[in-house]
Design a protein around this ligand. Structure first.
Ligand code: ZN
Length: 305
């Protein structure tokens, strides 16, 4: 994950900076580099190295472009070209690949059907690791009920997911033990509080949601899952309001690292199979916006960087 977060952005900037073509080859290479940059920006786990590095990456990419235009000004003006069929073919293929990937990612930032308005469900800045309307940006998407589910990591003060580059223990992750807040006015339908928090890499299917709080909000059912064992603060029948602490983030159930999983299904649903698999999906609008991979959720507002 770390190597991808460093190598891919480096390749992307180098591809733009080292463009040796001229005329149409130059234009093809730059178009392909923009598509690659878009894919890298929204695909890399920036929370592994620090989400603020996206700004550095963006700045370096723009610098590469500016440098290219300054040094290649004359070839561009005269449209002189080294129209080698070989180099043109390579850049056309790369443009097709990166352009296709860009479209796949961009198309995931749409939703259809019903939605529910929520407030942010975590106590401080959250990073959306999985979210959006297609499987390219949201691995939950293949399961009907979880079509618009979000996996949210709580970032530390350095914009990172953990204290070390390769956190191995649950306590190394900044999310572990952070408060989960009610995202809506509603009633508690059910809870689970006794599932063990799994060690990193211990994926088991016997209890996918692990510890959870199930809420009935605005005519829909909202699941908050993978909560820390023994941390659930509410019980069935309790009324909750936005911002009320419900539990703490854990790593129970089928979870690869400490994070909050949240999704909603239509109606009041008590059957966990329907909640998890077969229910009608409802898109989550957190602070008024459809959240997607790469978004940062703030406590009472959302920014998309
Ligand atoms: Zn999830």
């Amino acid at each position: 994950m770390i190597s991808i977060a460093i190598v891919l952005p480096t390749i992307s900037v180098a591809y733009a900076a080292l463009n040796r073509g001229s005329g149409i080859v130059f234009a093809l290479a730059m178009a392909a580099s923009v598509c690659l940059a878009y894919v890298v920006y929204y695909s890399v786990r920036w929370d592994a190295v620090g989400v603020h590095y996206r700004w550095l990456y963006s700045a370096l990419f723009v610098l590469a472009w500016v440098g290219n235009f300054i040094t290649k000004r004359e070839q561009l003006i005269t449209l002189s070209s080294d129209h080698s069929v070989y180099s043109m073919a390579i850049h056309i293929v790369l443009l097709c690949i990166f352009g296709y990937l860009s479209i796949v990612i961009a198309s995931g930032y749409k939703w259809r059907g019903e939605s529910i308005s929520l407030t942010a469900p975590v106590e401080s800045n959250g990073w959306v690791v999985h979210g959006g309307g297609t499987v390219a940006v949201n691995y939950h998407n293949g399961v009907k009920a979880q079509r618009y589910a979000l996996d949210i990591i709580v970032l530390d003060e350095n914009g990172r997911r953990g204290r070390t580059w390769l956190p191995a223990e649950l306590n190394d992750f900044s999310s572990f033990g952070k408060s989960v807040l009610s995202p809506c006015d509603g009633k508690v339908l059910a809870t689970e509080n006794n599932q063990e928090d799994r060690a990193i890499g211990e994926l088991r299917d016997d209890s996918p949601a692990g510890n959870f709080v199930l809420l009935h909000c605005h005519g829909n059912t909202v699941l908050l899952a993978h909560l820390k064992k023994g941390s659930v603060l509410v019980k069935t029948g309790d009324s909750v309001e936005p911002g009320r602490p419900l539990a703490k983030i854990g790593n129970s159930g089928r979870s690869s690292e400490p994070h909050l999983h949240i999704h909603a299904v239509k109606g009041k649903v008590m059957d966990m199979k329907m909640v998890i698999a077969t229910g009608e999906p409802v898109a989550l609008l957190i602070n008024g916006e459809f959240s997607r991979r790469g978004d940062i959720l703030h406590l009472n507002e959302k920014t998309s960087e």
